[in-house]
Design a protein around this ligand. Structure first.
Ligand code: AVI
Length: 315
């Protein structure tokens, strides 16, 4: 292993348990489960496929913006930065920043230790002088990352949209606390033609439907649940009033599901609410960031105004 690759800091005890969360969520009305449980190994692979879909403009638009503005972003982060990425995933986008900003240290945070170990090893080979200090953590919960260096945060992909505005504000505030006075670079999907949004979450190849349904298969695999996953359909409308995509799995038949020793009845047509994906205007996002204690500075967008990247400074 590379000498620069620090030992993984395991904050895993703070990671919430899928079984407990699902049992609690199936007891609510409507039945619900947090979207963070999509990302087991199969779900992460399906999400990578979503990012390549023609309808899913978000990933390629954000990547193009990062490439186009890498120099300006690097200048804002400053020399020898310590970059912390919230929900690091495949580490593809951060490579653009690593090339441009040449940080001293990179702290990728991810909920999946196995995945993190795997991707971080490749990174250490490609950037031999970079200190990589991976942290296994659920960044939606309070974090305690050792060290008091000023940090540049990186939160791409519009993952902020998967939180309700109040929770998103609280999350941004907590992130600000881990930056020790540094700034945050955050990717935000924009309000646009509902048809365009609808297509992005209802792709012709049916990958998003598989991604959604995988949460049931994960429950069957990991928790010994007995969801009849084929009897659930993917339903993802855009709620224009709330400015968000809402994702559901709708049971086409009455079924009783057993998991963790408990039974839950789905009526015919009953939904399991699996995800919100909020969209913002430039102004509405900047207002939210200000409520979280940041001063919004630079913002970059593509010509079609599909996607935005914001640089927020800690006040
Ligand atoms: C990770 N997150 C920002 C994606 C989104 O667009 O809300 C997850 C996703 N769900 C369906 N497609 C993609």
């Amino acid at each position: 292993m590379d000498a620069q690759l620090a030992r993984i800091h395991d904050a895993a005890p703070a990671v919430e348990n899928f079984g407990q969360a699902l049992v609690a969520g199936l007891g609510k009305t409507p039945k619900q489960i947090s979207a963070k449980y999509f990302y087991d190994a199969a779900g992460s692979q399906l999400f990578d496929q979503i990012c390549e879909l023609p309808e899913y403009y978000q990933t390629r638009t954000e990547t193009a913006l990062l490439n186009r503005h890498a120099g300006e972003i690097a200048a804002l982060m400053g020399p020898h930065a310590e970059i912390v990425e919230f929900g690091a995933g495949s580490l593809r986008k951060v490579r653009i920043l690593l090339e441009a900003a040449k940080p001293r240290t990179y702290l990728p945070l991810d909920i999946s230790g196995d995945y993190l170990r795997h991707v971080v090893r490749d990174l250490a080979v490609d950037y031999p002088t970079l200190q990589v200090a991976p942290v296994v953590a659920d960044f939606t919960l309070p974090l305690d990352i050792p060290g008091d260096a000023r940090r540049a945060g990186f939160f791409p992909g519009s993952t902020i949209g998967n939180f309700r505005p109040d929770a998103a504000t609280a999350l941004l505030r907590r992130m600000r606390g881990t930056l020790n006075g540094g700034g945050l670079l955050v990717g935000v999907d924009l309000v646009k033609d509902p048809a365009r949004l609808h297509a992005a979450y209802n792709d012709a190849a049916g990958i998003t439907a598989r991604f959604n349904r995988n949460i049931l298969l994960r429950a069957n695999r990991e928790l010994g649940a007995d969801f009849d996953a084929d009897a659930f359909i993917h339903y993802a409308p855009y709620n224009v009033q709330m400015q968000r995509i809402e994702m559901y799995l709708v049971s086409l038949k009455r079924q009783i599901v057993t998991l963790c020793g408990a039974q839950f009845e789905f009526a015919q047509g009953e939904p399991l609410y699996t995800e919100d994906s909020h969209k913002y205007t430039i102004e509405s996002f900047r207002e939210m960031a200000a409520r979280a204690g940041f001063t919004p500075r630079a913002v970059w967008m593509d010509e079609e105004r599909l996607f935005s990247i914001h640089w927020l400074e800690s006040r």
